[in-house]
Every structure is written in C-alpha cells, then in structure tokens.
Design a binder for this molecule. Structure first.
Ligand SMILES: [Zn+2]
Length: 116
C-alpha cells in the first residue's frame, strides 16, 4: 500500500471532518499501523475525541485510541474488577484467618508426632 497525494489529501480532509480513526482506516483502506505512521510523519493528529464516562468513578474523559475503554485509568479498571469479584464465605474466612495470623504473629510450631 502506497500513500499518494490524493490519499494524503483525503486523509487530511477526513481529519478535518473530525472522523474517528476507525472510520479513516475504513475509508482509506489502510491498516491502523500504516495510518499512525503516516500521521506521525506528516505531523497530523486526530481531532475526533470520544468522551467516555468512567464506569467506576463517573469521571468523563477523552479517549480516541481505545474506543472500547470504559475506565479513565488503570486503577479504576482494577477497582471495578475487584468490586465485581464475589467473595464466598470460604474465601472470607481464609482472609480472616490469614489476617488473624498476621496480627497474632506467632511462629508456627510443628506438632510433635504422637507415638502410639
Ligand atoms: Zn475512573
């Protein structure tokens, strides 16, 4: 795939129309990599901005690299995942036990083997 003058003009035109990157890719029939490389070389930037509301904290943020992103940051993504993780009673007990062990801080003694 070669970039010619017509294609570059079309690219500039699409950018000025605030087109999304995936729309430009479709329109020009180029790969995402080829597009970003060419845009870097020409010093062009996508004008389109996708405003997304973070699923975790509700902050609105702009995103034009990953359209499927639902979170403003990695930490929000992690928090949301943790929130949805269901704790079984067994898991809760295990956490409780390990916390108790931590606060008691007693070295574990090996049980002596009982002789019959
Ligand atoms: Zn967030």
């Amino acid at each position: 795939m070669k970039w010619n003058k017509i294609k570059i003009e079309k690219l500039e035109c699409l950018i000025n129309k605030n087109k999304r990157p995936d729309e430009i890719i479709k329109e020009l029939g180029v790969t995402k990599k080829a597009l970003s490389l060419k845009m870097n070389r020409l010093g062009l930037k996508i004008k389109y901005k996708n405003v997304i509301k973070c699923v975790n904290c509700g902050n609105e943020f702009e995103n034009y690299s990953n359209i499927n992103s639902k979170f403003c940051s990695n930490s929000c993504s992690a928090k949301h995942t943790n929130k949805n993780r269901k704790l079984t009673d067994e898991t809760k007990q295990k956490i409780k036990n390990s916390l108790m062990g931590f606060f008691n801080n007693k070295p574990k003694k090996e049980k002596p083997i009982k002789k019959m």
